[in-house]
Write a protein that binds this ligand. Structure first.
Ligand SMILES: Cc1ncc(COP(=O)(O)O)c(C=O)c1O
Length: 390
């Protein structure tokens, strides 16, 4: 019940990558047949990924994952367009892999020779469901804006953002638009032409591929500097010998996602609704977190009043159920996540945030098991809770 944190690699994905860890170990830059075999595999992977998101293969650059793709988008655009453009617009509920590069840029002051005005970032508010208002994006754009970066769907609360509407505005204003689609690629339909974005990030381990491989879609003509400098791999966009087994794997994961997509959406939506309805029926004082309908099929995030997320997690773990209190990266800290705070949750309620997220191997029996076990855990914890006694 924690598929938003990561997913088990599909057996066919593992099968496809194995030869490239063994006998097909060539370096795609080598001119001999070992190298050319590896190069062909990389190009096949690129085609499979491009086919999933409806772009040209040469618009795909392979990276080490979502974090690198997001850093590449931010640094690549702003360093190319500075000093004329020095402003980025994003939202308060982005993943740390967007927020941290933005914070870093803000701290970089003007250049010693006075050239460039330093970088500025606008962090847009969201409503209580986590939705960005496209008109807020319009109002924030200035003649200094280089890039807007708004996530496709939020990893903690599952809300799907109005990307198409925002893209219309950025296009009209001549500003680049990046979306972090790490939670959506392979889970819902992601079509870059339809969305209208210039840049998009994704990561294989969120859609049944291995960890450490991802990609960034860079629309033809988008002006960016290199992020990793060195060799001329990936058409000079990203240096370093290609992760051939990883690329074969993400290609296969993309191919499988394309054929399984509607089935995945149907299955996870059904299981999520069963979970939501059961939880709302069996546990008093809980509410759904994130938008009720504009949400990822897999995401079942809730607020359980009068209990601590961490206690719920540990008790669930003892019963063999894996869940999360929000972003896997921020679990372990007692502070409410920036997402839960940004949607206006009271400090008291924010402690009771818990996220179940579903995937292709979950069953109705498993959901029934959660519905049997979880209400008892909540009841037990509430009986001990100081929040309850207040
Ligand atoms: C929305 C979002 N962006 C970026 C990332 C980072 O991806 P990766 O772990 O591949 O670096 C994650 C991972 O949790 C995510 O959920």
């Amino acid at each position: 019940m924690d598929y938003a944190a990561t997913t088990p690699p599909h057996p066919d994905v593992v099968e496809a990558m194995l030869p490239y860890l063994k006998e097909k170990f060539g370096n795609p830059s080598s001119l001999h047949s070992f190298g050319q075999e590896a190069k062909a595999a990389v190009e096949e992977g690129r085609k499979q990924v491009a086919n999933l998101i409806n772009c040209q293969p040469e618009e795909i650059v392979f990276t080490s994952g979502g974090t690198e793709s997001n850093n590449f988008a931010i640094h690549g655009v702003i360093h190319k367009l500075k000093p004329n453009k020095n402003h980025i617009i994003t939202s308060k509920i982005e993943h740390h892999a967007i927020l941290e590069p933005c914070h870093f840029l803000e701290k970089e002051g003007p250049a010693p020779d006075g050239a460039g005005a330093g970088f500025k970032v606008t962090y847009l508010d969201v409503d209580e469901d986590g939705l960005v208002n496209p008109e807020d994006v319009r109002a924030a754009i200035t003649d200094k804006t280089a890039l807007v970066s708004i996530m496709h769907a939020n990893n903690e609360i599952g809300t799907i953002e109005p990307i198409k509407e925002i893209a219309k505005i950025t296009k009209e204003k001549g500003v680049y638009f990046h979306t972090d689609a790490v939670q959506t690629v392979g889970q819902i339909d992601v079509d870059v032409a339809d969305l209208g974005v210039d840049l998009l990030s994704a990561s294989a381990h969120k859609f049944y591929g291995p960890k450490g491989i991802g990609f960034i879609y860079i629309k033809k003509g988008t002006r960016m500097t290199q992020f990793l400098r060195g060799g001329s791999q990936e058409r000079n966009r990203r240096a370093s010998t290609e992760n051939v087994p990883g690329i074969v794997a993400i290609g296969k994961a993309a191919e499988i996602a394309k054929t399984e997509l509607s089935e995945r959406i149907k299955k996870t939506t059904e299981l999520r609704e069963m979970l939501f309805n059961g939880l709302l029926e069996k546990i008093p004082d809980i509410r759904i977190n994130g938008h009720r309908t504009k949400r990822l099929p897999k995401n079942a995030a809730i607020i359980v009043k009068y209990v601590e997320g961490e206690s719920m997690l540990l008790n669930l773990d003892l019963e063999g159920i894996a869940a999360s209190t929000g972003s896997a990266c921020s679990s372990g800290s007692l502070e409410a996540s920036h997402v839960i705070r940004a949607i206006g949750t009271s400090p008291e309620d924010s402690h009771g945030s818990i996220r179940f997220s579903l995937g292709r191997l979950n069953t109705k029996e498993e959901v029934k098991y959660v519905l049997e076990v979880f209400p008892k855990i909540v009841q037990k914890l509430r009986a001990m809770s100081p929040l309850r006694r207040k």
